[in-house]
Write a protein that binds this ligand. Structure first.
Ligand code: BEZ
Length: 325
């Protein structure tokens, strides 16, 4: 082989190595949920799938349980590019982009399967388009937790019994408005603080999903479980817009495919299991009351009136929900 050919081959090999090296990433993803939670397991699986699809070039380190801060702090880190990705509650996103408050319209979803279908509509998908401009993040798709229920330390037979109760909520406006309309005293509190707060009576009641009521045994510190199914609780898979800008089209497609597959499985899991978890709580012998929209009386119309002003997407999402009944 001539010398120039050898040099040429060496240069090509170096360039190929550099190209591989340049596109290799150790991404970081943050969540508030504990390591055993379905969302965190989905992040683990997403990392494995991404590593596989990239032939080992990309790795993903998962930071669960608020190791990187609360959701507001993680959203800030995504904006600056200090954090690459996160699975966050849509609740947190709605604090920055109020249009997302439309997902929390009471009884938008008839049941958990309907909630899953709503999240897969084009209308829901199109809402993600505003995230890069408004929040500095790219939304790749939705996951979810179950529908929301109420667990109370005292007996609750009517909505009047919720009046004045210190009722734990996830910190975001749509649910704050709902419980204010109900007449409770909504108490914003992040997930990790909930167990102790309920156990020691710092709050009288909590707003929570069936999975955690069952698995974290919140019901043990309660007298009444109100199976109200009053709201859906979407999650969103996010990538920092700053990080996204620096990725190749190939990597963007790889990340999108792998993340959407895992988020879809999260939705499927809750659709399959939500009613079962609630039935397990029902079988504990706690006072268990099934209620529907009528239980909340005028609070629902009050919420609708307020949020038809605050979210431009409420009507669109209602139409989309009706189309996938
Ligand atoms: C909550 O705030 O209740 C919550 C947050 C993330 C996952 C599930 C529940």
């Amino acid at each position: 082989m001539k010398f120039t050919t050898i040099i040429g081959a060496a240069v090509s090999a170096t360039m190929a190595f550099a190209a591989t090296f340049a596109s290799a990433n150790d991404f970081r993803i943050g969540l508030i949920t504990p390591p055993s939670h379905i969302w965190t397991k989905a992040a683990d699986s997403f990392g494995a799938a991404l590593n596989d699809a990239s032939g080992g070039a990309h790795t993903l380190t998962v930071f669960p349980a608020r190791q990187l801060g609360n959701e507001a702090q993680m959203l800030q880190q995504l904006q600056t590019g200090a954090l690459d990705m996160a699975f966050l509650t849509v609740a947190e996103v709605s604090n920055r982009a109020p249009d997302f408050g439309a997902f929390y319209a009471p009884y938008l979803a008839n049941d958990i399967a309907h909630a899953g279908r709503i999240l897969r509509t084009d209308a829901a998908g199109a809402m993600l388009d505003q995230l890069p401009g408004k929040v500095g993040v790219v939304g790749l798709g939705y996951g979810m937790a179950g529908l929301r229920q109420i667990v109370s330390r005292g007996e609750v037979a009517t909505a009047a019994d919720l009046s004045g109760l210190k009722l734990r909520i996830t910190p975001f406006d749509p649910i704050l408005d709902f419980y204010n309309a109900v007449g409770a005293a909504p108490t914003p509190m992040p997930l990790p603080a909930v167990y102790d707060a309920l156990a020691n009576g710092q709050v009288d009641a909590i707003d929570m999903d069936a999975e955690l009521i069952w698995k974290l045994k919140y019901y043990e510190h309660a007298d009444t479980v109100l199976a109200s199914n009053h709201m859906m609780f979407p999650m969103v898979g996010l990538v920092s817009a700053k990080v996204w800008k620096g990725l190749s089209d190939e990597d963007k497609a790889m990340i999108t495919t792998a993340m959407q597959a895992e988020l879809g499985k999260v939705i499927d899991t809750y659709v399959a299991k939500d009613v079962e978890w609630l039935d397990q709580v029902r079988s504990t012998g706690k006072t268990f009351v099934d209620v529907g929209p009528e239980f909340f009386g005028p609070a629902i119309a009050e919420w609708d009136a307020a949020w038809s002003q605050k979210s431009s997407q409420l009507g669109t999402l209602r139409d989309a929900a009706a189309a996938v009944q």
